[in-house]
Design a protein around this ligand. Sequence first.
Ligand SMILES: [Zn+2]
Ligand SMILES: [Zn+2]
Length: 303
Amino acid sequence: MKKAKIIEKRFSFFNDLVPRLNTSRIVIHHTGGADIDAYAEQIHTWHLEKGYAGIGYHFVIRKSGDIERGRPLWTVGAHAYGANSDSIGIHLSGDFTYNAPSKEQIESCALLIANLAENYNIPIDRQHILGHREVDPAGLSGTSCPGNMLLTMLDVIVSKANWYRFNNADTVDTPAEPPKIIWKPRAGMLSEHFAESEFACECCGKCEMDPRLIELLEQLRYNIGGYPLYILEGYRCAQNAEGIDDLHCTGKAATVACPRQLTFGQFKWYVENLPFDGIEYYSNFADVDVRNGGIGSKIFLGG
Ligand SMILES: [Zn+2]
Ligand SMILES: [Zn+2]
């Protein structure tokens, strides 16, 4: 199946986020109030002001169809009172009381639902793909979200999602760049969470890693839930090379263990949703690389 292109974000949350143990439905929202093209950073600020830990939705779909990451997917969201513990929240930017979402928003939403439904084994029907107000039958929140127009269009979105899920063999897939996060350089650190020592050559301690690889590993760490990633191998000097074009010798490859908090299947899913160029799987770890600059050329080596 074609994969939705996610524009990665890494928000800081005020409180610790809680893992979601069940995922059985997807809840659709709009901005409401004004037909604006709200963006993830903006919603993050609004939700902090409301006293939430941070952005409450897992995804924000802009009018252009761009899909922005919000709260990490593994967490309980803050988007639908009484339904957060078993659902994923998708926000479409705009007010859809009288206006319809853009064509691009409809397509992106359908494709994203198709991807999520496959991963979480959620049936794509109107019992499992719901508007915000439909998960609040008692009207406790008094919400009219996602607006009458978007609510009536959920049938269309559901049919399109089924098409993407089952009839679309297109695998063309160009994942977006993760954001460049400014962090304060610290001695011995390659990035906010990764130390040089974790990647140094085992024989001589030399370490010349490609920053793009470190950037993608930081995003992987965020997306899986901030769990530390154990690096089995990073840089290898010429003396330590395995074969003539060992990508570890250019700092473009690293071997990462699956954290104990995730099944290997979950780990693979997160790895494949980032623009690594090559991925090779072993018993409980993955060798990932950025041989083409980390553009998601997806040279799967299997393993
Ligand atoms: Zn809502
Ligand atoms: Zn060495």
